[in-house]
Design a protein around this ligand. Structure first.
Ligand SMILES: CC(C)(COP(=O)(O)OP(=O)(O)OC[C@H]1O[C@@H](n2cnc3c(N)ncnc32)[C@H](O)[C@@H]1OP(=O)(O)O)[C@@H](O)C(=O)NCCC(=O)NCCS
Length: 212
């Protein structure tokens, strides 16, 4: 498949911050990611890569045709040098989304999830959420929870699709505009009903992503 999920590592952080700035009204300080990745053993962060971007970036620099020697009237050192072909790291450019959670006893708390604005509405936010829920299963969580701005209907739709339900409100939770947060929870993710629904949604998503 064109898209892959990997564990976030320190070299990924500059690109993650770039996407975060495009996705959120306020952002974490860069040091927060270092702490999360290096010091927080309960944190799990992932990045989403588009392998096609790596292929597109792997361009061969154009070769300058060999000129006959006699046309070089000036000493070579006085000729303007050809600008180096600068290619931003294809590995970094290929990151188009990221997400993370903390495990607290048997609850997985989603701390962040975002896709680059140029790559929205292709099922990739959903792919990140599915990957987080898979992580929640693999680390023994029984429920998944998160906070979301009351105005963020797009994210709420995504969460509702995966069985998150509103369980309360945190008043003035967001310091940038004093907006309230909805607190959302899944049912017990190991229940047969949740597992079945999750597997159905995941397999439909994989079929959709496979076709891209
Ligand atoms: C929320 C976010 C991650 C969704 O990413 P995305 O890649 O566009 O989402 P997807 O294409 O995977 O869509 C998944 C679901 O989200 C919902 N959704 C996505 N775009 C939507 C839109 N424009 N309007 C309404 N619902 C939408 C739908 O339920 C959709 O499922 P469907 O395709 O079956 O309708 C993305 O909008 C984002 O990064 N937003 C900024 C950061 C943010 O708000 N994060 C959440 C913090 S709590």
């Amino acid at each position: 498949m064109r898209y892959v999920i990997e564990r976030m590592t320190m070299p990924d952080v500059p690109r993650v911050i770039e996407i975060e700035r495009l996705a959120y009204p306020s952002t974490w300080p860069p040091s927060a990611y270092r702490k999360e990745l290096q010091d927080n053993r309960w944190a799990h962060y992932i990045v989403l890569r588009d392998k096609q971007i790596i292929e597109e970036h792997t361009v061969v620099p154009p070769q300058e045709p060999e000129r006959p020697r006699k046309s070089r009237l000036f000493p070579l050192s006085l000729l303007p040098s050809r600008p180096a072909v600068t290619i931003s790291s294809p590995e970094l450019a290929s990151i188009i989304g990221f997400a993370g959670l903390w495990l607290m006893v048997d609850e997985a708390h989603i701390t962040t999830i975002a896709t680059h604005p140029d790559f929205r509405q292709h099922g990739l936010g959903e792919f990140l959420l599915v990957s987080l829920i898979d992580t929640a299963y693999s680390i023994g969580a029984r429920w998944v929870t998160l906070e979301v701005r009351v105005s963020n209907f797009v994210a709420q739709n995504l969460y509702r699709k995966y069985g998150f339900r509103q369980a309360g409100v945190r008043r003035r939770y967001y310091s940038d505009n004093q907006e309230d947060a909805l607190i959302m929870w899944t049912d017990e993710i190991n229940s047969p009903a949740y597992k079945q629904k999750f597997q159905e949604l995941k397999s439909a998503l994989m079929t959709k992503l496979d076709a891209q």
